[in-house]
Design a protein around this ligand. Structure first.
Ligand code: ACM
Length: 510
């Protein structure tokens, strides 16, 4: 019966799990013994189980189902937990609250899949198989990036997206908020960013370079309250929302709102309607740096994330090379030429974030060009992870051939329009070890983990997002949490996990 087998089919796979005979039955009489500091975990457990089970899980000092925090527990880190399910008692314990939140997702997966439904499920017995689990992630950074700049999604969907991340013990939700085609984050001092930058007239049909357009305006932006609420919602599930604000390239939407930030203030620009790399970039005058700091002040106010991503990639320097003012700035800064302003610019903004107690994150072009206090996301080449980590950067692997979900997941001609050039199948995602093979322990220790990327040029609906994300995100979550590379084992667990995703109405790739 499913409850007996589910301990063996957890995704991600726990570090150590042993099945024992028997069950614990959750029913109307089940009470929670809530240890000091564990209240938010109890609240999450009730919130997640109530819709399907109707269980109230009242608190009681005699409760058989215990959630306890013990900072003295060693070896579990920030996110690890221990779980014992016996016929008459359940004990979930962790050294930190986040560990309890991870354990609650395990409890959800141990229950029959109907427990995941958002509608009342009558006639199901809520059995937990008896088991002993100790579970600690291999990598702290297990992330998912969603691009809401190319196609906007309402915050109600972002909350569901977070729910699904949390089920897979994903720790970072990387929210790509700005790009050439749209600016989605409100900044009180700069209202035109969303009023003008949040809307484009139409969108290119098909891949970059095509010359047809859909004629359909697209737009949207979040309110500050929505973003604050999203951050709180994600935190309650153990997920950190890391914002990304692109600079000095990928800024066409901002330049449409405030052309004076560019290199040709007299030139009116539209929010970009095409895909690809736009050669319109920020200028390097003082007002531009002030603009970036104003934006990031608001970003830091809304997002408590220790990491703030400022993009940095794909910044053509053609405009800079042709600008007298930019060339003069390069000389004034003692730089060899306009191209060196890229590192200088990111250094200025990185310093600003560091002074405010945050860690700047940037996309690596090669792994050698970003200031040393940047955490680097490598994406172009798998060798860049080693290059950047050897240089001393903390690194998150976002290698495109293993983590970009905008590529099709099979060569089937019926796949929806996807980013051309690659296929990223489930196996490639699971096979990806973010730690380079020839990394010595110091260097390996700088690799924080990995994450999926979903760029949304061709992805307009939640159903399409989920089709591209599942089950590939399950593979990334499994590998990054457990470190285990056993493909056959993952596949067999995934068969049962698919039933869980069905219960959540996730539209998955077959
Ligand atoms: C990227 O794919 N632009 C990081």
């Amino acid at each position: 019966m499913p409850a007996q087998r589910s301990v063996l089919t957890l995704v991600p796979r726990p570090t150590k799990a042993a099945l024992r005979p028997g069950h614990f039955t959750l029913d109307a009489g089940t009470a929670l013994h809530i240890g000091a500091g564990a209240e938010p975990a109890a609240h999450l457990l009730r919130t997640l189980l109530a819709p399907a089970t109707g269980l109230s899980l009242r608190p009681s000092p005699d409760g058989q189902f215990a959630l306890t925090l013990d900072p003295g527990l060693t070896g579990l880190g920030e996110e690890g937990y221990g779980l014992t399910v016996a016929p008459h008692a359940v004990l979930l314990r962790a050294a930190h609250l986040t560990g309890l939140l991870r354990g609650i997702q395990t409890l959800r997966q141990l229950l029959p899949p109907q427990a995941l439904s958002d509608t009342p499920q009558r006639g199901t017995r809520w059995l937990l198989p008896c088991a002993e689990i100790t579970d600690v992630p291999r990598h702290p950074w297990r992330g998912a990036m969603l691009d809401v700049a190319r196609h906007f999604q309402p915050v109600s969907y972002l909350r569901r997206y977070v729910d699904l991340l949390a089920l897979h013990k994903i720790s970072v939700f990387h929210l790509h908020l700005t790009d050439d085609q749209g600016w989605r984050m409100p900044v009180a001092a700069l209202p035109k960013l969303t009023e003008i930058g949040g809307h484009r007239a139409e969108s290119q049909k098909g891949p970059a370079g095509s010359d047809t357009y859909d004629g359909i305006p697209h737009g949207g932006s979040y309110t500050r309250d929505e973003l604050v609420g999203l951050v709180r919602y994600a935190a309650a599930r153990g997920v950190t929302v890391m914002p990304e604000i692109e600079m000095p390239g990928h800024v066409r939407a901002a330049l449409a709102a405030y052309p004076e930030l560019g290199n040709h203030p007299e030139r009116p620009l539209d929010v970009w309607t095409r895909w690809g790399v736009c050669d319109t970039v920020l200028g390097v005058h003082d007002e531009v740096l002030d603009f970036c700091r104003t934006v990031l002040d608001e970003v830091m106010d809304v997002f408590p994330s220790p990491y703030i991503h400022i993009g940095g990639e794909e910044c053509p320097t053609t405009e800079w090379t042709h600008s007298v003012a930019v060339r003069e700035r390069a000389v004034a800064q003692g730089l060899p030429g306009p191209a060196a302003l890229h590192g200088w610019f990111l250094g200025q903004i990185g310093d600003f974030l560091v002074r405010h107690g945050r860690r700047p994150v940037g996309w690596a072009e090669t792994g050698t060009e970003l200031p040393l206090d940047f955490t680097v996301m490598t994406w172009r080449d798998s060798a860049h992870t080693l290059t950047a980590a050897r240089r001393g950067h903390p690194v998150v692997s976002a290698y495109h051939r293993a983590t970009y979900l905008d590529y099709a997941q099979s060569g089937d001609p019926r796949e929806p329009l996807a980013q051309p050039g690659n296929i990223v199948d489930l196996r490639a995602v699971h096979a990806h070890d973010p730690v380079p093979e020839d990394a010595d322990p110091d260097v390996a220790g700088r690799v924080l983990g990995t994450q999926t990327q979903l760029w949304t040029e061709f992805v307009t609906t939640p159903a399409h997002i989920e089709y591209l994300t599942y089950p590939r995100l399950c593979a990334l979550a499994d590998r990054a949490w457990s470190g285990a590379s056993d493909w056959a084992d993952f596949r067999s667990r995934l068969d049962e996990h698919t039933v869980r995703l069905d219960a959540l109405d996730v539209r998955q790739h077959p």
